[in-house]
Design a protein around this ligand. Structure first.
Ligand code: NAD
Length: 362
């Protein structure tokens, strides 16, 4: 008989709907329960997605339901504790980005997974889709030559009202500003494509919004492969776009999209010395799958049902948050931070860092 995994969704706000919609399309899993302190949100969420049971807290849910997987869709301040509770109840965890508010919490989540012999999958859905997989293979195989320079820009727009939600805009509850909450998606994809980083420098700015954290940041990330990337994150861009460009010895890779990409979002330009025959072999595959929660969750469930490791699209929860933490740490010290230095306890707690306030009259 085919095994059916029982999933629960914790937090029934904006992103939880993407999880419930994806779950409905995956064979071998049923969403059986949700929990949120807002009774009204749980009721509406369950009615919309055909979920039978609703609770006010995770503790109540875990006490009443036998669940195999908990989807953590709550504000990031609770992720580490909720992950531990789910593992203690014997469930696997799929946690929304950012996985937690500090590297110490991510360390704890990873060691709790090992101790409980459960899987921890993290949602950075920009890694998914057939185009990203194809480009990553071309880079990893060496076919495109050495990656040299990169641009990773998150030009998003969030009006002042976006920060009315109480957990946004403070170091205590959001953990960081736009770099941690928004830029991290493209930073994660860049690192998924280029591999391990070696040093980061950066600065944080408050240019317009009334926040404690940054509304804009600029950084430089040096990767172990030798590539140097310029990384900008902002919530002040009237024309929104998410950009990645990588120039290698043999090609220019460009990605422009907003919150998700498909094949049309990518462009691969061969260098002049590359033959037409060789560049033709770089063409994207014909079986197009766009990036998104659907693609990520279906790969994760495939691995859970097979008892396999978390697939690369949802593994390595620390990689992107390390780059963000290093950028914040660099803003604090006014000099680059290396990956080795980030292991020091000083950098693994709060990411609170100085923000240069350039708003008129401040
Ligand atoms: N991957 C993506 O593209 C993406 C997009 C948006 C948000 N996110 C991430 O998803 C998470 C949630 O963001 P959101 O925009 O959905 O936030 P939201 O504020 O819309 O929803 C969060 C929900 O969690 C509930 N909640 C708070 N504490 C809880 C608790 N202890 N137990 C149960 N429920 C609790 C709130 O009542 C709310 O309904 C964040 O980590 C965010 O960064 C990811």
């Amino acid at each position: 008989m085919t095994r059916i995994l029982r999933a629960a969704v914790l937090g029934t706000g904006a992103v939880a709907h993407l999880h419930a919609e994806a779950l409905a399309a995956i064979d071998g899993v049923t969403a059986v329960a949700s929990a949120d302190p807002s009774e009204e949100r749980v009721r509406d969420f369950n009615a919309r997605h055909g979920i039978a049971a609703g609770y006010g807290t995770l503790e109540e849910l875990l006490a009443k339901e036998a669940v195999d997987v908990v989807h953590i869709c709550t504000p990031p301040a609770g992720h580490a504790e909720q992950t531990k509770a789910a593992f203690d109840a014997g469930a696997h965890v799929i946690a929304e980005k950012p996985p937690a508010l500090s590297l110490a919490e991510v360390d704890a989540m990873q060691s709790d997974a090992v101790a409980a012999d459960r899987k921890l999958a993290v949602v950075f859905q920009q890694r998914t889709g057939t185009a990203a997989a194809h480009i990553r293979n071309l880079l990893q195989s060496g076919e495109l030559g050495r990656p040299l320079t990169a641009v990773c820009h998150t030009h998003w727009y969030r009006g002042p009202e976006y920060f009315d939600v109480p957990w946004r805009g403070t170091w205590e509850t959001e953990g960081g500003g736009t770099t941690l909450s928004h830029g991290i998606h493209q930073i994660d994809l860049l690192a998924y494509l280029l591999g391990e980083w070696s040093s980061v420098s950066g600065q944080l700015f408050r240019l317009d919004r009334e926040l404690e954290t940054e509304d804009t940041s600029c950084g430089v990330v040096v990767f172990e492969c030798g590539a140097v990337a310029s990384v900008l994150s902002t919530v002040l861009a009237p024309r929104e776009s998410s950009l990645i460009r990588i120039d290698t010895e043999h090609a220019t890779i460009e990605l422009e999209h907003l919150y998700g990409h498909n094949h049309a979002s990518w462009k691969l330009t061969p260098a002049r010395h590359i033959s037409a025959e060789r560049s033709a072999s770089w063409a994207l595959p014909s079986n197009e799958v766009p990036s998104g929660h659907d693609a990520l969750l279906s790969e994760v469930y495939e691995s859970l049902l097979a008892g396999a490791d978390v697939p690369p699209v949802a593994a390595d929860p620390a990689r992107a948050i390390e780059i963000v933490a290093a950028l914040y740490a660099s803003a604090g010290r006014g000099a680059p931070v290396t990956r080795g230095e980030l292991a020091a306890p000083d950098f693994r707690g709060s990411m609170r860092a100085p923000v240069t306030d350039l708003r008129p009259g401040r």
